[in-house]
Design a protein around this ligand. Structure first.
Ligand code: ZN
Length: 493
């Protein structure tokens, strides 16, 4: 036999062996089979919860950036409604109003030596965009229940969650439950508009901090139960994202000054022309991407739940990291999970078509990964933009949150409750893209999780802040049951 044939034969054999090893590895690459036990039965009055959600939606607690625009009588109405709807809760828990309309409910536990838990929600909703009122199938503040959905602003963001928490506590009280730890229900009034940090959530946190309260855990909006079905890839599973962090937010205005003058005698590059270069520099020099542990954990969990042929690839995830990173960078929604994003959104030149700009500016929206600060973004702009004459101005900014641990008692409780609900749930830590009130609690809590126990399709989730926001009726009972189970477990030692 010729030498080359021997080498070829050996190579073929090695490849065959590798394929066989891979096939076995793919067979074994399945979801971890931990026994989470059976779901405990919970009594829930779903009809009552639905009626209360409809009522809650019918009170337009709309928040606006300018406090003068806010109709605080609607918040008073909302508080009065809660008082009427949940008599036992109001008899047992201590209620306090701070920052005009934010609510603190304090449920005293039987043990003073344990840190309290907190369940968050915001009372406010975003307004209905001008000219879209008639696009709604049912009026946005009707709370109409057609048997399939409850319609209206706040149905998913997040009066469903607030009512779920209230129903859970009222029912637990009816059943005579007493928590070991203190339980706080903390409902801010301006989550949708606050970016400066001087809103309801901060006022609530300050109040608690001044009293020396340190929270064991916080649960707020952010994650949900998303059905995932991709033919031939993954079947009949649901992705349960538990938000362990949220991205930061920063609007930067970058401007250039120039002589201006009449547009009939323009220079080679006007201020706007020079600004175009600035924009190109920013877009061509994206922030470094990094596969944080939560991303690999997410891929691992999804990869294990895929069909066998797909697992032939996904079982090699640890070796594919560079490829995954390269691919993710090319897909905007995936890229946003692994790096600070740069979105050039607005530009302004002169006020007239025949006038050269004396000042041209561009607004760039950055969403920072945890670990990247507002100051880092400013340094990045200075570094990558070649034109050193730019002026940089921060319009609005909020730092990214920290990462909460995935091995805490609370994370494990949420995971366990979700896995007991269905073995087809894929529970994974997640990075929340938008802002929530939860991050304001960082000074008094290390275990902050963003999770809403409501099953909703991507299509439905896209209706939040938009037309036809609605909550599936069948998700309401399980939502209340989740909060009952969660309070039982999380408030225990
Ligand atoms: Zn919200």
């Amino acid at each position: 036999m010729k030498k080359s044939k021997v080498i070829l034969g050996a190579a073929g054999g090695a490849a065959g062996a590798a394929a066989a090893i891979n096939a076995v590895r793919a067979l074994k690459f399945t979801p971890q089979t931990k026994d989470y036990g059976a779901q405990t039965p919970e009594h829930v009055d779903a009809e009552r919860a639905m009626a209360h959600l409809s009522q809650a939606i019918s009170i337009p607690t709309v928040s606006y950036p300018d406090k003068a625009d806010v109709d605080f009588t609607q918040f008073e109405k909302f508080h009065a409604f809660l008082e009427e709807a949940y008599p036992l809760l109001h008899k047992t828990l201590q209620k306090e109003v701070v920052n005009e309309a934010s609510l603190i409910y304090h449920w005293k536990g039987t043990r003073d030596d344990l840190d309290p838990i907190a369940l968050l929600s915001h009372q406010d909703v975003v307004p209905i965009s001008e000219g879209t009122w008639d696009d709604w199938t049912h009026p946005p503040f009707s709370g109409f229940n057609d048997g399939e959905f409850i319609w209206g602003r706040g149905a998913l963001d997040m009066k469903n969650h607030l009512i779920g928490v209230m129903e859970a506590v009222e029912t637990l009280l009816e059943e005579g439950f007493e928590p070991e730890r203190d339980v706080y229900l903390l409902f801010g009034q301006d989550e949708e508009v606050v970016a400066s940090g001087e809103g309801g959530a901060k006022a609530i946190m300050d109040t608690l901090k001044a009293r020396g309260v340190h929270l064991d855990s916080v649960i707020d909006e952010g994650g949900a139960i998303l059905p995932v079905d991709v033919k031939g890839v993954i079947n009949g599973k649901s992705l349960v994202g538990i938000g362990i962090a949220e991205k930061g937010y920063a609007d930067f205005e970058i401007s250039l000054r120039s002589k201006g003058g009449h547009s009939s005698q323009p220079p080679k590059h006007s201020a706007l022309g020079q600004l175009a270069e600035v924009i190109r520099d920013l877009e061509n020099h994206q922030f470094e991407a990094e596969l944080k542990p939560f991303v690999t954990s997410l891929f691992d969990k999804i990869g294990r739940s895929c069909t066998y042929p797909v697992r032939l690839v996904t079982c090699n995830l640890p070796y594919l990291k560079p490829v995954i990173k390269a691919v993710m960078k090319q897909i905007p929604p995936a890229a946003s999970l692994i790096r600070t994003t740069t979105g050039v959104t607005m530009a302004e030149g002169s006020p007239a078509a025949n006038v050269l700009p004396q000042k041209a500016s561009v607004t760039v929206n950055f969403r920072m990964m945890p670990g990247t600060t507002i100051a880092d973004v400013q340094d990045h702009i200075r570094k990558v933009v070649r034109n050193k004459n730019i002026e940089i101005n921060i319009l609005k900014a909020k730092e990214a949150s920290k990462f909460s641990p995935t091995d805490s008692r609370t994370f494990k409780i949420i995971e366990e409750l979700c896995m007991q609900e269905s073995k087809d749930n894929i529970v994974a830590p997640y990075l929340v893209m938008g802002g929530t009130d939860a991050c304001y609690y960082e000074p008094i809590c290390e275990n902050i999780y963003r999770y809403s126990p409501y099953r909703a399709s991507v299509e439905l989730l896209l209706c939040t802040h938009a037309t036809n926001e609605r909550c599936p009726v069948e998700a309401i009972g399980p939502g209340v049951a989740f909060f009952k189970r969660y309070i039982r477990k999380a408030s225990a030692e």
